[in-house]
Design a protein around this ligand. Sequence first.
Ligand SMILES: CC(C)(COP(=O)(O)OP(=O)(O)OC[C@H]1O[C@@H](n2cnc3c(N)ncnc32)[C@H](O)[C@@H]1OP(=O)(O)O)[C@@H](O)C(=O)NCCC(=O)NCCS
Length: 171
Amino acid sequence: MVIRSPEPADEPAIARFFTALVAGGESRSFHPHPFTPREARHLARGRCPTGRPTEDIYRFGFARGEAVAYGMLRGWDEGFAEPSLGIAVHPDFRGQGLAGQMIRQLHDLARLRGAKVVRLKVYRDNTAAVGLYQKLGYVLTEHDEAQWMGRFSLTAGTAPDAPTFSPQQAA
Ligand SMILES: CC(C)(COP(=O)(O)OP(=O)(O)OC[C@H]1O[C@@H](n2cnc3c(N)ncnc32)[C@H](O)[C@@H]1OP(=O)(O)O)[C@@H](O)C(=O)NCCC(=O)NCCS
């Protein structure tokens, strides 16, 4: 999988990916924006899904010309210090580590922007996503009845509120 910014020629592949997400029913547990051809067109032109110019980060993973993974970091447009991460993998390409690859790339991009923490919200009954975030080291805390809030420290690769490891301690 090659992860990169979307380009205008990717519009049909992104629209097909969105159609697959909706058909798979995932838009119920993952709904950062509608998944219609309109959002595919805007994203393929380097804009945010609503069509505005954006500082937020949208990336797609491509394999053999098809969009197979979608990742985003949002919040900079609204002035937040902690970007929110979103991720979806094409239903036919799950269980191969693609979400992990995309998230590690998003973490690197957030670090380069100077973020210290990435956050997200996840439905408690979204077993795959909860398992994924726990495996990667996200700390999950109560958000509301339906959702957990997840936070990941970018500074040491450790939990945001855990004691930080210092290289001097190891010396
Ligand atoms: C959640 C999602 C992104 C995972 O994508 P994926 O590419 O299948 O995930 P990966 O293959 O990278 O899995 C990494 C880890 O996630 C966890 N995981 C993935 N699928 C899982 C499942 N069905 N049940 C439990 N844990 C699961 C495991 O810990 C896995 O590690 P392992 O393979 O060593 O056991 C994918 O299921 C998806 O797109 N779901 C719909 C959209 C969504 O819900 N997004 C999250 C919104 S908060």
